[in-house]
Write a protein that binds this ligand. Structure first.
Ligand code: HEC
Length: 116
């Protein structure tokens, strides 16, 4: 009986202690990082669009998805807003558009507008 109790207690310590340490070590969940709207930040965010819209927004010849390079920033911003708000039909852009704040979209739109 004594052994069983000791075993139970050490088992509990095994389960409970890592949790206690983890709670001490883990910082509070981070707030969203501030938008990096520098040119480098915009370029990094825009690279997440490259798989579908082409490197630097330049669609490959014959690509099914439109390029974004050289598109006036206002058009890209409006399209992203319409996707986010469900006003523009989309297969996936309505979800992607929700992943970026307005300053982030604006920075990417300016970046794509600069690509010729
Ligand atoms: C996984 C593929 C994929 C990724 C990644 C992606 N897009 Fe798209 N994008 C599409 C498709 C497909 C459409 C056509 C609308 C739809 O079906 O959702 C589209 C349409 C658009 C349009 C409208 C184009 C037009 O012809 O007027 C804009 C603007 C746009 N995307 C911006 C972006 C931006 C900015 C990013 C990166 C943050 C991005 N997309 C990432 C697939 C993608």
């Amino acid at each position: 009986m004594r052994y069983r109790l000791a075993g139970l207690l050490s088992g509990l310590a095994f389960v409970a202690l890592p949790g206690a340490f983890a709670q001490q070590a883990a910082p509070p969940p981070p707030a969203f990082a501030p938008a990096n709207t520098t040119q480098e930040g915009a370029r990094a965010m825009a690279s997440t669009c490259a798989a579908c819209h082409g490197t630097h927004g330049k669609a490959a010849p014959g690509a099914a998805v439109a390029g974004l390079a050289g598109r006036p920033a206002g058009e890209t911003i409006q399209a992203m807003k319409d996707f986010r708000e469900g006003k523009r039909p989309a297969t996936l852009m309505h979800q992607i558009a929700k992943g970026f704040s307005e300053p982030e979209v604006a920075a990417m739109a300016e970046y794509f507008a600069r690509q010729q």
